[in-house]
Structures are given as C-alpha cells and as structure tokens.
Ligand binder design. Sequence first.
Ligand code: PNS
Length: 136
Amino acid sequence: MRAVFPGSFDPATQGHLDVARRVAGMFDGVVMCVLTNPKKSGRLPLAERLALLADMTSDLGNVTVDSSAGKLLVDYCRGASIGVIVRGMRTLGDLGDELPMAQMNRHLSGIETLFVPTNPAHAYISSTLIAATAQR
Ligand code: PNS
C-alpha cells in the first residue's frame, strides 16, 4: 500500500523528515505531497519547497515528492492510488486541528489517517519558527 504524507512543507523540517523516515518502512511507497493550507499565507514558492524536500529525502528509496496542484487531499489520493494519509502529531494542540480533518477525509473517501507521534526532540520545531530564525 502507498501512503501520502501531506503538508505545507514551508519549509520542511527535521521533524517532517523523522516522520517520513519512520513510516517509509511501513509502506510500499510514501509520497510527501505539498498542499495548500488555507489557514497559512505561504512563504516559499512551490518549486523551492519541492527541491528542499527532494534533497532531504534523497537517501530514502521509497519516498517521493509531489504537489497536489490545488486539489483536495482526498482527490489527490484517488488519482495517485494512495490508501493511507500520514500526519505527524507533536502536541495535543495538533490533535485539535488534525482530528476533524482526518474524520472529514475519511467521510469523503474512506481513507484512514495514521497519526505518528513525533520524536519529543523535535516537538518544538515548526516551519514557522524555522523560517523566523532563518533571518539571523
Ligand atoms: O503542514 P500543514 O500546514 O499542517 O498541512 C496541512 C494540510 C496542507 C495537509 C491541510 O491543510 C490540507 O490537507 N490541505 C489541502 C486541502 C484539503 O484537502 N482540505 C480538506 C481537509 S478536511
């Protein structure tokens, strides 16, 4: 079975990479797919997000990168024969956002979401903080 690990990846972080590495062995393939989060304004152009993701995952044989071209996640999954959605879970706050999305995605498509607890060493990392501190 193939899985998608969706996100804004704006930019991708070591926390994302850790989740990708850990789930890579569980599936025939994992697609890290850049999607639009309507709650976020966006920083990096899509091409830069994809290039960084490709570079970070170059040693993970069955992990590929893609973008959804503006589609809903479940529509992307249908088109790409994806059976599972993977999301990293840092905090209880994440669960509040993720649970309704997982329930809606399952309602729309039957596709289940696998929540992967992030490594506590990465719990404080977010794309927002990485982008903010990159100015130094
Ligand atoms: O990295 P993020 O910003 O937490 O990722 C959130 C993302 C992009 C995975 C989520 O916003 C999403 O799935 N957006 C695509 C649009 C979609 O399918 N929305 C329906 C969710 S119920």
